[in-house]
Design a protein. Sequence first.
Length: 319
Amino acid sequence: MELKWLEDVLSLSTTLSFSRAARERNITQSALSRRIKQLEDWLGSPLFDRSSYPIRLTEAGRTFLPRAQEILRQVQNARQELRQQHEDAAETLVFSTLNTLSLTYFPGLIRRMEERLGPLKTRFCDQRSSFDGNVALLDQGECDFLLTYAHEAVAPELDPERFVYRRLGSERAIPVSIPDGNGEPLHAFRCGDTPVRLLSYGSSTFFARRLALFFAERPTPLVTVYENPMSVGLKAMVLAGRGVAWVPESLVVEELRSGQLVPAADTSWYVSAEIRLYRARQQGRLPVEQFWAAVSEHSRPAQPESSALERRAPVSAIA
């Protein structure tokens, strides 16, 4: 059975004339008659009474007609839905993004890009708990872009022959604590004092690796009392008074302003990171190229880390 047979039946049931239906279907009358007969043979019952003039539907034809209409409607709807899905997929920008950046940086980045490009369709890949897991999503072609923190000593392991990045800004992770009754950090952090209660990222995240390097250069009295790979989880435990965590400054701006949290150490204990956007060098879909061009136009050239980066403001974004 072919869909065009159903379309023939609908046309003939409306015109009740082989000649008019043939013109409507843009085929010869003999071809139309042959296709109607093929459908009737396939169904095992005549659909039209050809002995009358004009022709009319048989009882079987009247039974079959609404079902033919429904079949065609469902097929057409399915076709439209699939076409729309294909068009949406072709237009949608897919990101792999570290959890904190998805909350603090990504919304502003998209807003700024939409001011230049118009409305954008975006979605995230399934976020991974590890730094390497999110990097792998780009390496395996599961996304168009990787938005990530990076440092010269903790950079994504991506082949520079295959991938390129733009530096979008910088971020600082700062040690924070709830204040005591005098507004001083309840869990004060001073090198050489009694070990401070550390709320840790564990070992698989970007800031876990960044802090490991930092502590290796500066031996630090710490006792880990809690681990969570997500900055928002560590922030919640800091607010509960459980200890000190190094949290991206952009995530605690309001709490620092209101006094709910205070820095647990001076600025020499802050650690820096770049915010980078990675993509494959290979030519991509038009929306990918347009987005990259807009980002490239307004981002600063990628530069090595320097000590000056440690003194920059918390999140320096593309303007």
